[in-house]
Design a protein around this ligand. Structure first.
Ligand SMILES: C[S@@+](CC[C@H](N)C(=O)[O-])C[C@H]1O[C@@H](n2cnc3c(N)ncnc32)[C@H](O)[C@@H]1O
Length: 331
């Protein structure tokens, strides 16, 4: 369900405690949104009118109110991703610190078409604050896009790269299409939804704008809901979203090969540890450390780091760690 209401009152009225699996949202930035268009040199005719801003002076109080509601409606273990520019970030972080939500990651989203400035650095990132509600099972689908052993052309782990907390994702260029100011790109939404929810989960956006979160959630067979206070955008998008069929994105998502590390996370005993160490001693005579561990990984179905711990002893000392990381990821 989508509501043309203020998200704070709307959540109080329509959303039960502990009822939402995932919230992805992009609150108004508390700056004069019209100034964006000058910088971006955009054709305002295709941007929907009536974007509702929040007063700078009220931003802290506003943030606290909606974030408290978000905390209430999330199920234990549920996740929230908040997209924020740097100007009001401190208010969002302060509000989050007033809740029991737990920080998982502070993600940097680097995008193209930063606002051009000649006398300072060009701003080309947003912050994405990823938090979870305590006391429940957190959904984090580690292998959403890459299996545990897939490598890039330099031999680095694709899964590792995809789960780094700096995301380089371009904004979508949609000449001539009707859109909201600051519409989030599909790729970004797919990433958050795939990692942090499962089919049939409820995904809510407190600031729907162009309903981009809802459109992607439906495409991935999740249920969507949310709020948009701007009546013009709401009415337009309520009709428009009918064109988005359930599951329309499923076939566009990369098919992930089966994981190969079958014994990852399984307990080890002394006998097995000694066997691995013995094999390593033989392998290291004719292989680099990385090659030897790769071979052990194939044979024992275990990950690089756990094998490294066995080989180096349990204390994988921090001075070795950056060297090992380099080997592992071939940076
Ligand atoms: C940054 S935009 C969201 C953009 C959206 N993520 C997208 O991809 O299109 C913020 C939206 O929140 C709406 N808004 C502002 N105050 C609101 C409130 N109190 N409750 C619900 N929506 C609100 C604005 O009209 C605007 O559409």
């Amino acid at each position: 369900m989508y509501y043309n209401e203020d998200c704070i009152n709307g959540a109080k009225k329509y959303l039960q405690d502990n009822s939402i699996d995932l919230i992805i949202t992009d609150p108004p930035y508390g700056i004069n949104a019209d100034s964006f268009d000058k910088h971006y040199n955009r054709n305002e005719n295709t941007v929907i009118d009536g974007y509702i801003e929040v007063d700078n002076d009220n931003y802290a109080e506003f943030s606290l109110k909606w974030i408290k509601e978000a905390e209430r409606v999330l199920r234990p273990g549920g996740s929230i991703y908040i997209v924020s520019g740097y100007t009001q970030l401190r208010h969002i972080l302060n509000a989050l610190s007033e809740t029991k939500l737990e920080e998982k990651n502070h993600i940097i989203w680097k995008y193209n078409f930063g606002v051009y400035t000649s006398k300072k650095f060009i701003s080309s990132h947003y912050h994405i604050l990823y938090y979870t509600k305590p006391k429940g099972n957190v959904t984090f689908n580690t292998y959403s896009f890459y299996s545990d052993t897939e490598k890039n052309e330099k031999g680095g782990s694709l899964n590792y790269n995809d789960r780094e907390d700096v995301w380089i994702i371009n904004k979508e260029f949609k000449p001539g299409e009707i859109k909201n100011k600051n519409e989030l790109p599909k790729t970004l939404l797919i990433k958050m939804i795939m990692y942090s929810s499962n089919v049939n989960d409820i995904v809510c956006d407190f600031f729907l704008g162009s309903f981009s979160t809802a459109k992607v959630a439906i495409g991935l067979n999740r249920k969507a809901c949310g709020f948009e206070l701007n009546e013009i955008a709401y009415n337009y998008q309520l009709e428009n979203i009918k064109n988005y069929k359930e599951g329309y994105l499923i076939n566009k998502i990369r098919k992930v090969p089966e994981n190969k590390l079958k014994n990852k996370g399984k307990p080890l005993n002394d006998e097995l540890i000694n066997e691995i160490k013995k094999d390593y001693k033989i392998l290291i005579k004719n292989n680099s450390k990385k090659q030897a561990i790769d071979k052990l990984s194939k044979k024992y179905g275990r990950g690089y780091w756990s094998l490294l711990k066995i080989i180096d002893g349990t204390t994988n000392k921090s001075e070795n760690r950056s060297k090992d990381l380099e080997l592992f990821n071939n940076i």
